[in-house]
Write a protein that binds this ligand. Structure first.
Ligand code: SF4
Length: 170
């Protein structure tokens, strides 16, 4: 657990020599969260094929603890918006997002989810999923390669590690 820092170097070393680990609760919880992301099984268009490849043996996103794709939003904390969002799909996407428990995260995968893509600049397509839900990481490309999505997941992990306190001060 490399990111967990001791509060005091000297005291920390003494305790570690005795088999104890001194760390902030925030660091521990954020580290666990970052390494146990559960994505929602949710694909909209061609980008979803690349997302599926990430979970298969060649790219093996299990290396980063994010392989447990869940079929229920109640059990997921990451929505990967993989593909263009039709206006008809917009309220459904928002409802699924609302059903996910906090803390939750969103990756906009590909040009369509991020911006609507130039080729779908019309009234039927949402011009960027950030019009519907807050986006944490944008992954560029049409389609992005699986490596790009993995890079996006790594960026999300960094963000989670830096996220706020578990117990907010009143
Ligand atoms: S970004 Fe490209 S590959 Fe992805 S959904 Fe849009 S058209 Fe398909």
């Amino acid at each position: 657990m490399g990111v967990v820092k001791t509060v005091d170097g000297k005291l920390g070393t003494q305790l570690q020599n005795q088999g104890f680990l001194l760390a902030k609760l925030d660091d521990i919880v954020n580290e666990i969260r970052a390494n146990s992301i559960w994505p929602l099984t949710f694909g909209l268009a061609c980008c979803a094929i690349e997302m599926m490849a990430v979970a298969a043996s060649r790219y093996d996103v299990a290396r980063f603890g994010a392989e447990v794709f869940r079929a229920s939003p109640r059990q997921a904390d990451l929505m990967i918006v993989a593909g263009r969002v039709a206006q008809k799909m917009a309220p459904v996407l928002r409802q699924i997002y609302d059903q996910m428990p906090e803390p939750k995260y969103v990756i906009a995968m590909g040009a369509c989810a991020s911006t609507g893509n130039g080729i779908f600049n019309n009234y039927a397509i949402v011009q960027g999923v950030d019009e519907l839900v807050p986006v944490d990481v944008y992954v560029p490309g049409c389609p992005p390669r699986p490596e790009s999505l993995i890079y996006g997941i790594l960026q999300l992990q960094k963000k989670i590690r830096k996220s706020g306190k578990i117990l907010e001060e009143k």
